[in-house]
Design a protein around this ligand. Structure first.
Ligand code: 5GP
Length: 198
């Protein structure tokens, strides 16, 4: 199995004057996206940062809602211009968080939510020490494999890459402020709500 080199964008320390930055991270397939959707539906005051990616849209995904889908050359141009708060290469594609939009929303006092993979979450921890990071764990590794395969949306090559990467990601769970196991979905949502709203 091939181990992908991880390329990522380092950032300088940012100040966080008014709002708060919350990072939801954990392996692909763990249910971060569904947890995030549920949180956004129940708490419209949260601001979700839509990422940019070079991945192709999956069936049902919309540009500007799930991601901004852009070319590799455009992404690399934005990296060179310092437009990302963090970015990383994951399973052969680039993903990144737009800097200006997120900083504007933090400035205006919002609770800003990112749903990103490990390398990006590490960059945020380094550049935003006051950000709160939540790591979502699967109940077991075989359950994670079942969920990734069950989505039926990725090629076998992408599935193998994601599973390989998931092993590394799970080992890093302790680096983050809070760990939550997504076994029972509703319990996991409640645990995140307790962290966010006390
Ligand atoms: P997917 O291709 O399944 O939508 O996402 C693959 C991984 O990339 C997921 O773990 C997702 O959380 C992560 N991801 C999505 N957006 C970003 C981003 O802006 N930055 C980083 N570092 N990871 C992201």
């Amino acid at each position: 199995m091939q181990v992908l080199p991880i390329h990522s964008g380092a950032t300088t320390k940012e100040c966080q004057p008014h709002g708060k930055l919350i990072v939801l991270t954990g392996p692909s397939g763990v249910g971060k996206g569904t947890l995030m959707q549920t949180l956004l539906q129940r708490h419209p005051e949260l601001y979700y940062s839509v990422s940019l990616t070079t991945r192709s849209p999956r069936p049902g995904e919309t540009n500007g809602k799930n991601y901004y889908f852009i070319s590799r050359s455009k992404f690399e141009q934005l990296v060179a211009q310092g437009e990302f708060l963090e970015w990383a290469e994951f399973a052969g594609n680039y993903y990144g968080t737009p800097r200006a939009t997120v900083l504007d929303h933090i400035q205006s006092g919002k609770l800003v939510m990112l749903e990103i993979e490990l390398e990006g979450a590490r960059q945020i921890r380094a550049s935003f020490p006051s950000a709160l990071s939540i790591f979502i764990l699967p109940p077991t590794f075989s359950e994670l494999e079942k969920r990734i395969r069950g989505r039926g949306q990725d090629s076998e090559e992408s599935i193998v890459r994601r599973l390989h990467r998931a092993q590394t990601e799970i080992e890093a769970a302790d680096e983050f402020d809070i760990q939550i196991v997504n076994n029972d979905f509703e319990t996991a949502v409640k645990e995140i709500e307790a962290v966010l709203f006390g």
